[in-house]
Ligand binder design. Structure first.
Ligand code: C5P
Length: 396
C-alpha cells in the first residue's frame, strides 16, 4: 500500500484536498495529512482526520506529536510527499530551504519523490519570483503538477487554479512509463488561429489548445523530442518542448512546414481557420447597415504535410457536430492521413474548451474508441495508439 503524506497549505483550493484524500484512499493508498497554520483557516483538521482515518499533523514543536511521530519519522513513513494546494509562500519556503513549520521541515526531511500542485491568483503565479521558485524546485527534482487555467475564487481568470483532484491522483499513481518514443521526433500543432480583419479585430474559434498541449506532454513523457507550434492559448509552456508561437493560419503553415524535415510524427491538433479575410490596414468603420467580409480559403497544413514526398506519420483530428465517422473516414482518405482522431463538438460533455474528451480513432485497417476521460489521460492513450501504428508502419 502506498503511503502518501499530503501537505495542505493555506489557499482556497484546500477544500479540494479533501476530495483528493478520498480519491487516494479509494485507490488503496494510506494517507496522512499535514496542515499549515493558514490552511486551518480554510478547512478544519477534523475533515481530514475523518477522511484519512489518521489524526492530522499541524505542529512542528508539539511534545505529544514528537513522542508519537516526529517529523523525521513522518518523512520516513512517506512513499510520496504531495503538497496540494501549494501556495506561493509554501513554494518560496521550500525552494529556499526554510524550515519554520512542520510542512516546510518535512519537505527538507523528505527523501521520497515530492509532488507539488500550486494554487494561487494568476498574477501571483506569473510573477517572476514565483516562476523562479518553481524552476528551483524542479532542479531539486520536485515534480510540479501544473495549475490550470480558468475562473479563480478571487474573481479573476487565468492560470493558477489547482489541478483537479482526479488529475493529481492520476499523475501521482501513474506507473512509470516506458520511453516508447525514445529517439522519435514529434511535431504538434495546437490551439486556435487568429485571422485579423483589421488592426483591432480578428476571427477565431473555441479551441483551448488543451489536447495538443496534453499530447506534447505525453510525447515528452514517452521520450520523444517535441516541437510544439502553438496558436494563441491560455496555457503554460510544457516542459522540455521547443515551443514556436504563431497567430495566423499562414504563420502556422510556415512554422509547421519549416519543421517537417526533422520530424517522424506530425500531429495536427490545432483548430486552424479554414478561411481568412484580407486584413484591412485601418480599423473598419461602421457605415452601412450590412457589411460583408470576403474570406479566402487557407492552405490545409495537415494535407500539405501528409502529401510531402517523404511524409512523416500523420495524425489529424476531426471535430464534428454530425456524421462523425463518415466525415472522419473521408478526411483520413482525402487528406492521405495515417490516422484520425474524431470527436463530437457542440455537445454538453467534451470537445473544445472542455477538461474531458472522448475520441473515435480511425486508421486504414482499424479503429478504436477512447472513452470520455480527462484530456491528460486521453492524450496518453492516443499517443500510445499513435506510436503503435507508427512502429507498425515503420516495420512493414
Ligand atoms: O478539414 P478539417 O478542417 O475539418 O480537418 C481537421 C484537421 O485538419 C485537423 O487535424 C486540423 O489541424 C487540420 N487542418 C489543417 N489546416 C487547415 C485546416 C485544418 O491542418 N487549414
Amino acid at each position: 500500500m502506498k503511503h502518501i503524506l499530503l501537505g495542505v497549505s493555506g489557499g482556497i483550493a484546500a477544500y479540494k484536498a479533501a476530495e483528493l484524500v478520498r480519491l487516494l484512499r479509494k485507490q488503496g493508498c494510506e494517507v496522512q495529512v499535514v496542515m499549515t497554520e493558514s490552511a486551518m483557516q480554510f478547512i478544519s483538521p477534523l475533515t481530514f482526520q475523518a477522511l484519512s482515518g489518521h489524526p492530522v499533523h499541524t505542529e512542528l514543536l508539539n511534545a505529544d506529536a514528537e513522542n508519537a511521530m516526529s517529523h523525521i519519522n513522518l518523512a520516513r513513513w512517506a512513499d510520496v510527499l504531495l503538497i496540494a494546494p501549494a501556495t506561493a509562500n509554501t513554494l518560496a519556503k521550500c525552494s529556499h530551504g526554510l524550515a519554520d513549520d512542520l510542512l516546510s521541515t518535512l519537505y527538507l526531511a523528505a527523501q521520497c519523490p515530492v509532488y507539488v500542485a500550486p494554487a494561487m491568483n494568476q498574477a501571483m503565479w506569473h510573477k517572476t519570483v514565483t516562476q523562479a521558485n518553481i524552476a528551483t524546485l524542479k532542479t531539486h527534482g520536485v515534480i510540479i503538477i501544473d495549475p490550470e487555467a480558468g475562473e479563480q475564487a478571487c474573481g479573476e481568470s487565468g492560470i493558477g487554479r489547482m489541478a483537479e483532484p482526479a488529475s493529481i491522483c492520476a499523475q501521482l499513481l501513474a506507473e512509470p512509463v516506458t520511453q516508447y518514443l525514445h529517439g522519435v521526433r514529434v511535431l504538434i500543432s495546437a490551439g486556435s488561429t487568429r485571422e485579423p480583419l483589421d488592426p483591432v479585430r480578428y476571427i477565431t474559434n473555441r479551441s483551448s489548445g488543451k489536447m495538443g498541449y496534453a499530447l506534447a506532454k505525453a510525447a515528452v513523457k514517452a521520450g520523444a523530442t517535441v516541437t510544439l507550434v502553438s496558436g494563441p492559448v491560455n496555457l503554460a509552456a510544457p516542459d522540455s518542448v521547443e515551443l514556436l508561437r504563431v497567430e495566423t493560419a499562414a504563420e502556422m503553415y510556415a512554422a509547421v512546414m519549416a519543421n517537417t524535415q526533422n520530424c517522424d510524427i506530425y500531429i495536427g491538433a490545432a483548430a486552424v481557420a479554414d478561411y481568412s479575410p484580407t486584413m484591412q490596414p485601418q480599423k473598419i468603420k461602421k457605415h452601412a447597415s450590412q457589411s460583408t467580409i470576403i474570406l479566402q480559403k487557407t492552405k490545409d497544413i495537415l494535407a500539405s504535410v501528409a502529401n510531402l514526398d517523404l511524409p512523416p506519420f500523420t495524425l489529424g483530428f476531426a471535430a464534428e457536430t454530425h456524421d462523425l465517422e463518415a466525415y472522419a473516414q473521408k478526411k483520413l482518405q482525402e487528406k492521405n492521413l495515417d490516422m484520425i482522431a474524431a470527436n463530437w463538438v457542440g455537445r454538453e460533455q467534451g470537445g473544445f474548451d472542455s477538461e474531458q474528451n472522448a475520441l473515435q480513432v480511425f486508421w486504414a485497417t482499424g479503429q478504436k474508441t477512447l472513452a470520455m476521460i480527462d484530456k491528460t489521460q486521453l492524450a496518453e492513450q492516443l499517443m500510445l495508439l499513435c506510436a503503435e501504428r507508427f512502429n507498425e508502419k515503420n516495420t512493414i
